[in-house]
Design a binder for this molecule. Structure first.
Ligand SMILES: Cc1cc2nc3c(=O)[nH]c(=O)nc-3n(C[C@H](O)[C@H](O)[C@H](O)COP(=O)(O)O)c2cc1C
Length: 237
């Protein structure tokens, strides 16, 4: 019996069973052993809502960030919003919204300097992040890994945790530095989504163009806004 325990079964191989229990142990011993080793019952945590971090920076196109927040709200996605100082300025200049109205569209908002916010840690589970619009300055911060504000820190967390990071990077024309930064963050796992319109939708307003970009960004998260026309081949009159 002892040799069985030390050396395994009769053919000399050590199996989990032979290590765990000698073959002639009594039924009551086995039952007691089973009772002490069986895993405690765990209640499953309730499923949480899908959770997306939205960051707005000071590139032009504040309306895109606002429309993403509205669409996510309609889709019952939990949103965590960070707005940079220059995004606040462009929101005021380019739209009829005040930054406080934009913040009211999100479930949670954080100050850009709050490096202790939940989203700054990988242990806070999220389903990804969209930076919309994304300035070349924030792109450069993400590229370098120099994360001295909550937007670049949270983006850094997305990359290290292998979560989805979409940068609606906006500038024109693009310098070699911008292009290099875009290539390298793409290699690190980010998705560069320049807000380039699809002219085949024959937009009749800026809103149409923005809705198409918003819909295509949310496609990347398997979310359907239903707000834009998809290409389904040439239309027959
Ligand atoms: C009206 C306005 C429009 C701007 N548009 C852009 C732009 O399209 N792309 C960009 O990279 N920077 C743009 N900038 C410059 C950024 O706001 C600036 O680089 C800022 O430092 C970005 O900081 P942030 O990324 O922390 O918001 C714009 C600035 C202003 C005032």
């Amino acid at each position: 019996m002892l040799s069985n325990f030390l050396h395994g079964n009769s053919n000399g191989t050590v199996t989990p069973h032979s290590m765990h229990q000698s073959p002639d142990a009594s039924d009551s011993e086995m039952a007691a052993d089973k009772a002490t080793t069986s895993a405690p019952k765990q209640s499953n945590p309730p499923p949480r809502r899908k959770r997306i971090v939205v960051a707005m920076t000071g590139a032009t196109g504040a309306l895109m960030g606002i429309k993403i927040l509205i669409a996510l709200r309609r889709l019952n996605i939990e949103t965590h919003l960070i707005i940079s100082k220059w995004a606040e300025a462009t929101i005021k200049y380019e739209t009829d919204y005040h930054p406080s109205n934009v913040k009211a569209l999100a479930d949670h908002t954080y100050n850009i300097n709050d490096m202790a916010a939940p989203v700054s840690s990988g242990s806070f589970k999220t389903d990804g992040m969209i930076i919309v619009p994304c300035s070349m300055k924030t792109l450069a911060a993400i590229h370098s890994g120099f994360c001295d504000d909550l937007i670049s820190r949270t983006a850094d967390v997305m990359l290290k945790e292998r979560r989805k990071l979409v940068l609606v990077a906006r500038e024109t024309p693009l310098s070699e530095i911008h292009l290099r930064n875009m290539l390298e963050v793409t290699r690190a796992g980010a998705i560069i989504f320049p807000p380039v319109p699809a002219y085949y939708i024959r937009p009749s307003s800026v809103e149409d163009l923005v809705d198409q970009s918003v819909g295509r960004v949310l496609d990347l998260f398997d979310l359907e806004t239903g707000d834009f026309e998809r290409w389904e081949g040439w239309k027959k009159e």
